[in-house]
Write a protein that binds this ligand. Structure first.
Ligand SMILES: Nc1ncnc2c1ncn2[C@@H]1O[C@H](COP(=O)(O)OP(=O)(O)OP(=O)(O)O)[C@@H](O)[C@H]1O
Length: 552
């Protein structure tokens, strides 16, 4: 897909209007040339000169109006098409599954939405200049044909050579552009390593050296690919200029030999061919920008397809609502396997099959060793990972694609890799009193205040940010609250408060609590205590994995 096809796909262009404007402007442009050429022959006659001057002024006026409208409409169309595409991508991301986003990678998504759409935008004015230059060349060629058939054939011959040479190399250019996009993506990933891991990098000069070496290598590779692409463009440019000189030379040296023309015709044909230099240069210098924009479009479309192919098709808004006031959530033989663990051939990690019932208002603790599958289980339970098999029932209603969104809305969570939103998105008008009382209760009012439907700051320690994430969860007041190792970053005093006061307070509001925890001192406070062992959810009193599997 190229820029033209994209704009057409997104906006359904009024082609007639564009074609008419382009023709008027191109025709006016060529007419200026014809008037100048003709009036130059009548300089001695004052009356004729005035007559041609009047025509000249009218044509220039027509050109100005048509060209302005054309350029304005085209740039507006391209920007509108890009905006549509950006909105669609954001919508697709929102509707995508977590596993899809994890598979594509944040870096690629960021690069495409920021850099690639920008590259496309840069081509918007060029879109008109190149389009219009083509129209101008077309009309100028007609004028040349009218002046001399031999000159016209020569022009066609040389223009075809120029275009053919470019087409021959366009495949090579596409390959380099793809390679440079891939390398740039890797570069962004390494740069994220440098910035996200800045502290660790600062503490180890060997790590810093190694990372820097890799960034330099990738940066060199990007530059090398770009140089190769640019050198093709440069040689194309020189080639097209030389072809053009040969064309102009041929007008003077060969046209008189090939056909019996008058000297004034040779003069006109030569002037006209010189007039072609502007539009031809516009097209040739526009090619790299167009090629980059087209490569960017291919990357955007590829991302769109990757996202689209993994969006579940039944996501009609609120098709089916599940009861918020459920009595039980029952998992039967629920299981999930990670698509690829990235370990190059190692077995992918599997969670389940899991048979488990969550009763409303229960406090459930889940323990288990590192990598035993606790987080994966929580993602499966909350519908963030799609189950490979088994069922989830809310009371007696099975969770399916039509009510998955409603099911997910039963939960609010503070994950171990949580993100703290400064603004209270989607919470409507938050009760200021309630928010402030939670802020006091969580011992954060000396650091943060509630303002503009959000927190005054999120520049806090990890433990403090976790307290604010808990506050947001409390304000959301969803039926089920999930805390993934929430207390791990709290001081002993507040950790105690979390288990002995905060969780009971949430429970007293009727909320169900699922907490992943390693704090064995507080295990007795749970109504149910489960243990994750190698992807299986077992009662903490230690029934073996086999027993559970066979019992299920
Ligand atoms: N996105 C992923 N893609 C592939 N494999 C994954 C992914 N996330 C986790 N895994 C695999 O799943 C296994 C369980 O990971 P999980 O994060 O669920 O464990 P956990 O019990 O929460 O561990 P921890 O206590 O260390 O947080 C790991 O062995 C890991 O290799």
């Amino acid at each position: 897909m190229n820029v033209f096809e994209l704009v057409n796909r997104e906006l359904r262009i009024d082609k007639k209007k564009f074609f008419t404007l382009a023709c008027i402007s191109g025709l006016a442009n060529a007419a200026v040339l014809a008037v100048i050429n003709t009036s130059a022959q009548h300089v001695s006659d004052k009356e004729d000169t005035l007559y041609y001057l009047a025509i000249f002024v009218v044509i220039v006026a027509i050109y100005v109006v048509a060209q302005k409208q054309l350029m304005f409409a085209a740039t507006a169309h391209v920007e509108q098409a890009i905006n549509n595409l950006r909105l669609k991508l954001v919508e697709d991301i929102r509707r995508s599954e977590l596993s899809t986003i994890e598979k594509i990678g944040k870096e690629e998504i960021y690069t495409i939405i920021s850099k690639e759409l920008q590259t496309m935008s840069q081509a918007s004015t060029l879109f008109v200049i190149v389009g219009q230059a083509s129209v101008l060349i077309f009309f100028t060629m007609i004028y040349i044909a009218w002046l001399s058939l031999a000159a016209f054939i020569l022009t066609i011959f040389f223009v075809s050579i120029g275009a053919g040479l470019h087409l021959l190399r366009s495949r090579e250019v596409r390959g380099y552009l793809k390679k440079s996009f891939d390398k740039e993506n890797q570069l962004v990933t390494r740069l994220s390593d440098l910035l996200d891991g800045f502290k660790e990098v600062k503490l180890s000069s060997k790590r810093a050296d190694d990372l820097e070496k890799q960034i330099f290598k990738l940066s060199d590779e990007v530059a090398e690919t770009k140089i190769k692409t640019q050198s093709i463009y440069s040689s194309d440019f020189v080639m097209s200029q030389s072809t053009f000189f040969v064309l102009t030379g041929s007008m003077v040296f060969f046209v008189p030999i090939l056909s019996s023309v008058y000297p004034d015709v040779v003069m006109k044909v030569t002037t006209t061919s010189l007039f072609l230099i502007g539009p031809i240069s516009n097209i040739v210098s526009g090619i790299p920008i167009f090629a980059n924009a087209n490569a960017a479009i291919r990357n955007v479309i590829e991302l769109e397809e990757k996202l689209k192919s993994n969006i579940p098709c039944h996501q009609e808004e609120a098709a089916d609502q599940l009861p918020q006031n459920f009595a039980t959530i029952t998992l039967s033989k629920l299981h999930f396997t990670h698509a690829d663990n990235g370990n190059g051939g190692d077995k992918s990690f599997a969670v389940g099959p899991i048979d488990f019932t969550i009763k409303k208002g229960q406090t459930i603790f889940i323990t288990g060793g590192n990598g035993s599958g606790k987080t994966s289980f929580i993602r499966l339970l909350t519908g963030l990972y799609p189950a490979d098999g088994g069922t989830i029932n809310v009371d007696r209603r099975p969770v399916n694609n039509n009510n998955l969104e409603s099911y997910r809305n039963l939960f609010s969570a503070v994950f171990s890799d949580f993100h703290l939103f400064q603004h209270f998105y989607g919470m409507g008008e938050v009760d200021f009193e309630e928010a402030n009382s939670w802020l006091n209760y969580l011992e954060m009012s000396h650091k943060v205040s509630i303002k503009n439907q959000g927190f005054s700051t999120t520049r806090l320690s990890t433990g403090q940010r976790k307290r604010l994430a808990l506050l947001a969860t409390a304000l959301e007041s969803r039926p089920i609250c999930i805390f993934d190792e929430w207390a791990a970053d709290q001081d002993p005093g507040f950790r105690d408060k979390f288990y002995t006061e905060i969780l009971p307070r949430l429970k007293a509001r009727g909320q169900t609590i699922i907490a992943i925890t390693h704090d064995d001192k507080y295990f007795h406070l749970a109504d149910t205590h489960m243990k994750m062992v190698d992807g299986m959810l077992l009662p903490s009193n230690g029934i073996s994995k086999e027993v559970i599997t066979h019992a299920g």
